[in-house]
Ligand binder design. Structure first.
Ligand SMILES: Cc1ncc(C[n+]2csc(CCOP(=O)(O)OP(=O)(O)O)c2C)c(N)n1
Ligand SMILES: [Mg+2]
Length: 811
């Protein structure tokens, strides 16, 4: 359906009549595309900036990649229009995500990063000053609060840092936007919004685009409308609007969520500006997503080093003849008498001069501070130099009264006339009994951590598939009235009068999109515990890009820390190749601590290690320790991602409980839990120390008892795998001078922890002894699909662990 000469609109799949009518009015009314003289001049000035910025870079650094905007220079006025209009409608904060194309231009001319800061990045002699490894210039983020000149109102603009992986930043932007809305009480998205830019090919091809769109209407994930701008250079050179409408790509994705799509010829800046105004108004009116498809061409190759004539000779012969859009628009305005040729030329000369002067200044910049490229400042959290305010962590324990109080909330229904399911009554009753006995199971340990942080004013957000109830039906954070449809109660929000709000939300069936979203949420503020739980740990691998590109190296690349927590159910329980492994080996392989270096063990060793690591990997064997590690995550004076392998069968294992005594003031997270049983009475008589982690501990202790070896074999639990507890492993090995050392795991040998732990254990003991292996043999799949084979494997490695002669022939 074509309305104006260069605009095509698709919306007939929208089933709301008011919305359809609204769109019709915007495009069908005669004369809607009239611009005042001033508007035309502003638009020309913006086209000049956009165009001359790229030309300046091309002149100065002709052999540097910059992913220029040539062919779609109207992206800059497009974005500025969306921002102006949104600001006029009351928006104060805009979070943006975009790919490579035109990114430097957006930084310079939309976000208004100082030009010298951009230009100096082209200087190969620039030194890196921050910690970390940094990133290329077209990936860095930016945050800028300034006055919008058109509306004269304050506006905060941030562009999120991103990896090369196209579209990966989309959900991250949405999560950060949601968090910004949450923190300023903007429940309907009036003050904070997001703009996502896309390349046409990535928009069509990357599934995370769909996952992100899909979040747009889900209450705990909605940002109440995003304006999507597609730089659509796929169709090549055309000024025919019909070509624009036949481009199938943006259509297919956006249709799924009923977002209207405005195709507009990017060669007509007035049409672009008109469409962007309508898009911003649509967002402000209906709080729903909308797509602006800027149909353009690409004047140069994919980057400035590419020769497009190699592969598209005829198209590029045409493109070379095509007059640039700024020039065409300038001539149009001159012909109309809106500007004189002299004014047009002066506008160009004025901006060129600005670039030249900034270039001179840029030569003074000798050092690159990535902290100048932060997309999310955390005011007050660090010292002025960006360092943590202290290197100590307050005690993570709670008083008996607090434990009892939170336990009571967890075991009762805090509202009147609310009928819960009989099965749930039994669960709550059992919780009450545990509290009386001063014990917690896994669900209660988690409750104590969340409840206490909420009381201390820390927002807690738990997101993932079925997290409200818990995949294993152990959590039940949302109670459902059995008599009133959709009536729910969240007891965690009844912990204390002035507590922070608790958000627990069942996500869509997405890992990539949702994990990205939570990561973005966690970026907005350090004062929140943001957790993503996988249904089973295995499924994190469909979000691998968020883990590999953001969570693991985020601080090294972009300085910004992130305290997101991943809860990954893990354990070999005979359930087959899937649902068994959260792939600990992969997380451990990406830890940045050196296996061959024994660090010097100082008083602040444990916290310093945490400060220096890229992420923390733990596998707690009891709920008390899980409680402590969650609280430590927030009480520590810095933020690091936390990967937790969480239990399945241990959720209900009678031995996997903790006593209040392990959670009182003065207690803390135990990185390694030494054996405190009979072995301690005659350490010299101990023949073996079995180091292990997680659930296998319970199988080992049971087996040791069956073998009557409780005074002969010590079992130590490594609760924090990374950063590696060198100091505690050392102490534990020293305690038993005549013992051999075994690493026991239930995972296969090429999986689990062995490859990570073994060299570090050897380093710890200065290679004085071998570290033997008891566990499943190497395998391609994480677990067998045959229950019997599973049990045989278990018996075999447990036998090995307690056979003191098992390794004789390997000596
Ligand atoms: C996930 C992912 N796959 C592949 C690439 C490599 N790559 C970089 S740019 C590009 C083409 C992008 O095309 P489009 O989205 O249309 O953007 P344009 O460059 O045309 O603006 C590709 C395939 C990437 N960066 N990310
Ligand atoms: Mg493209």
């Amino acid at each position: 359906m074509a309305y104006c000469q260069h605009i095509g609109v698709e919306f007939m799949f929208i089933n709301d009549l008011d919305q359809c009518q609204w769109i019709r009015e915007k495009f069908e009314k005669p004369g809607v595309m009239q611009f005042t003289l001033e508007e035309k001049r502003t638009l020309l000035a913006r086209m000049v900036r956009s165009t001359r910025f790229e030309e300046f870079l091309q002149r100065k650094w002709s052999s540097e990649k910059r992913f220029g905007l040539e062919g779609c220079e109207s992206l800059i006025p497009a974005l500025k229009t969306i921002i102006d209009k949104s600001s006029e409608k009351g928006v104060e904060n805009i979070v943006m995500g975009m790919p490579h194309r035109g990114r430097l231009n957006v930084l310079a001319n939309v976000i208004r990063k100082e030009l010298e800061q951009i230009f100096c990045q082209f200087d190969s002699k620039l030194e890196a000053a921050d910690e970390g490894s940094g990133d290329v210039k077209y990936h860095l983020g930016m945050y800028h609060r300034r006055i919008n000149r058109v509306t004269d109102r304050n506006i905060t603009l941030s562009l999120m840092a991103n990896p090369s992986h196209l579209e990966a930043v989309d959900p991250v932007v949405q999560g950060k936007t949601k968090a910004e809305q949450f923190y300023c009480g903007d429940t309907e998205g009036h003050k904070v919004m997001s703009i996502l830019m896309h390349g046409d090919a990535a928009f069509a091809g990357q599934g995370v685009v769909y996952e992100t769109f899909h979040l747009s209407d889900l209450p705990s994930y909605s940002t109440h409308g995003t304006v999507h701008v597609v730089v659509n250079n796929q169709i090549g050179f055309t000024t025919d609007p019909r070509m624009a409408r036949s481009s199938p790509y943006p259509t297919d994705v956006a249709r799924v969520v009923n977002a209207p799509i405005f195709h507009v010829n990017a060669d007509d800046p007035e049409a672009v500006v008109y469409v962007c105004n309508v898009a911003a108004e649509w967002r402000a009116t209906f709080h729903k997503d909308v797509v602006v498809d800027l149909v353009c061409y690409r004047r140069l190759g994919h980057n400035e080093m590419d020769e497009p004539m190699f592969t598209q000779p005829l198209m590029y012969k045409q493109i070379k003849k095509q007059k640039g859009v700024m020039q065409k628009y300038g001539e149009k305005l001159i012909a109309e008498g809106a500007v004189s040729r002299q004014e047009y030329e002066e506008e160009i000369a004025k901006y060129d001069k600005i670039c030249e002067e900034a270039h001179v200044r840029s030569k003074d910049e000798k050092i690159l501070h990535i902290k100048h490229w932060l997309d999310s400042p955390w005011p007050g959290f660090f010292n002025l130099d960006g360092q943590p305010k202290s290197l100590t962590c307050p005690t993570t324990g709670l008083t008996e009264e607090e434990l009892i109080h939170i336990g009571q909330v967890a075991s009762s229904v805090p509202v009147e006339d609310f009928t819960i399911h009989g099965g749930l009554s039994r669960i709550l009753k059992a919780r009450g009994e545990m509290i009386k006995n001063r014990t917690v199971d896994w669900a209660l340990g988690e409750y104590m951590a969340f409840g206490s942080l909420l009381k201390e004013g820390i927002h807690v957000r738990l997101s993932g598939q079925d997290v409200e109830r818990g995949t294993f039906s152990h959590r039940h954070h949302v109670l459902h009235d059995q008599n009133v449809d959709k009536r729910v109660c969240i007891p965690m929000n009844h912990v204390a009068p002035n507590q922070a709000p608790y958000t627990v939300c069942n996500s869509s069936l997405s890992e990539y999109g949702v994990l990205g979203f939570e990561l973005g949420f966690a970026m907005a503020s350090p004062n929140a515990l943001v957790l993503w739980e996988a249904q089973f740990g295995d499924f994190h691998n469909t979000a691998q890009c968020i883990i590999d590109q953001f969570i693991c190296p985020g601080q090294a690349k972009w300085v910004r820390q992130n305290g997101i927590v991943l809860l990954l159910p893990h354990g070999m329980e005979g359930m087959g190749p899937e649902h068994s492994s959260a792939r600990p080996e992969r997380f451990l392989q990406m830890c940045n601590d050196d296996p061959d270096m024994l660090p010097s063990i100082t008083d602040d060793f444990a916290i310093r290690q945490l400060h220096d690591c890229n992420w923390i990997v733990v596998n707690c064997s009891n709920p008390g320790n899980f409680f402590h590690v969650l609280r430590r995550q927030i009480l520590a004076p810095f933020r690091k991602p936390l990967i937790v392998f969480t239990p399945k069968s241990l959720l209900r294992h009678p031995d996997a409980r903790s006593n209040f005594d392990e959670m009182l003031p003065g207690t803390e997270f135990q990185r390694l839990i030494p054996d405190s049983g009979p072995v301690t009475q005659n350490p010299a008589g101990v023949k073996r120390i079995v180091f292990c982690t997680g659930k296998v501990y319970y199988e080992l202790t049971k087996e040791r008892k069956a073998h009557g070896m409780e005074d002969m074999v010590a079992i130590a639990r490594m609760e924090q795998l990374s950063p590696f507890p060198f100091d505690l492993v050392k102490a534990e090995s020293k305690k038993y001078p005549n013992a051999d050392l075994v690493w026991c795991q239930e995972e296969h040998k090429n999986q689990g922890y062995y490859d990570y732990v073994k060299p570090r254990m050897r380093t710890t003991i200065e290679r004085a002894k071998p570290v033997w292996y008891a566990g499943r043999p190497p395998a391609a799949a994480p677990a067998t699909g045959n229950k019997k084979a599973h049990l045989v494997e278990l018996k075999n490695f447990l036998d090995t662990a307690f056979d003191l002669d098992a390794f004789k022939d390997q000596m």
